[in-house]
Design a protein around this ligand. Structure first.
Ligand SMILES: *Cc1c(COP(=O)(O)O)cnc(C)c1O
Length: 233
């Protein structure tokens, strides 16, 4: 099946599950196009997809240069571990950085946004599963970051919520527990920082997005089910 058929199928699954949970229209689809060419992204935009996710800044930058020429409405979220020396370019090309996993990164994002006069959205990546290596390890770390926001330290950054990856396992209860942890984290931090709108829960990938939506996901990041298998992992 081609990208457009896959996309239609994924969207209809998202619709039916979110409807079943009484959350119709509340789940955004991020089409994860890493390791797939600009031509595949453009197949998706032709079918109405606007929002994309990429892991690596270099790859994303080259690809989206071409995509944006042909489809200026496309939007990009960075979802992979971000090195400090890639922040400048990441900030230039993305509307959101979902993988903020340490406070130092916020300092660099603020600096680079200020240079070009751009505001950017971010999500805090939280480590909820055994096998994922990235993300804040503790709620306190994110609390400290939000404290900085409340002190006005990051005028060009808008904190919008949280992102996680569930463990790669067949064990549905472990996956569900991971998503539940992110939902509880949001409840706790939103309570502590009512001045911010921490609405987003970015959770769920090709293999587990049904569970993620049941657990409150507002944003699913789906690659393989749309673009097909990648030649890496
Ligand atoms: C690659 C990736 C995805 C998409 O994974 P699929 O299993 O191909 O849907 C989602 N989130 C992150 C952070 C990724 O790196």
């Amino acid at each position: 099946m081609g990208v457009q058929e896959n996309l239609a199928e994924v969207k209809s699954k998202i619709d039916s599950i979110s409807k079943k949970c009484g959350r119709e229209g509340q789940v955004q689809l991020v089409a994860v196009s890493k390791f797939h060419p600009a031509s595949s992204v453009l197949e998706a935009t032709a079918a109405g997809q606007i929002l994309f996710g990429e892991n690596r800044v270099q790859e994303a930058s080259e690809k989206f240069c071409e995509v944006l020429e042909k489809f200026p409405a496309a939007r990009l979220h960075i979802i992979g571990h971000l090195q400090r020396n890639k922040v400048k370019e990441a900030v230039r090309i993305a509307s959101c950085i979902q993988s903020v996993d340490r406070i130092e990164l916020l300092d660099e994002i603020e600096k680079r946004c200020a240079e070009i006069g751009k505001d950017i959205e971010i999500l805090f990546e939280y480590h909820t599963g055994e096998e994922s290596k990235s993300g804040f390890e503790s709620e306190d770390g994110i609390r400290a970051a939000l404290k900085n926001f409340s002190l006005g330290k990051y005028p060009h950054i808008i904190p919008c919520g949280f992102m996680t990856m569930a463990p790669f396992t067949e064990d549905e209860s472990a996956i569900r527990a991971s998503f539940k942890k992110l939902r509880e984290l949001r409840a706790s931090l939103q309570g502590g920082f009512p001045q911010f709108n921490l609405r987003e829960l970015s959770m769920g990938m090709s293999g587990d997005f049904e569970i993620a939506i049941e657990e409150g996901s507002t944003m699913v990041r789906i690659g393989t089910a749309i673009f097909g298998a990648r030649s890496e992992r």
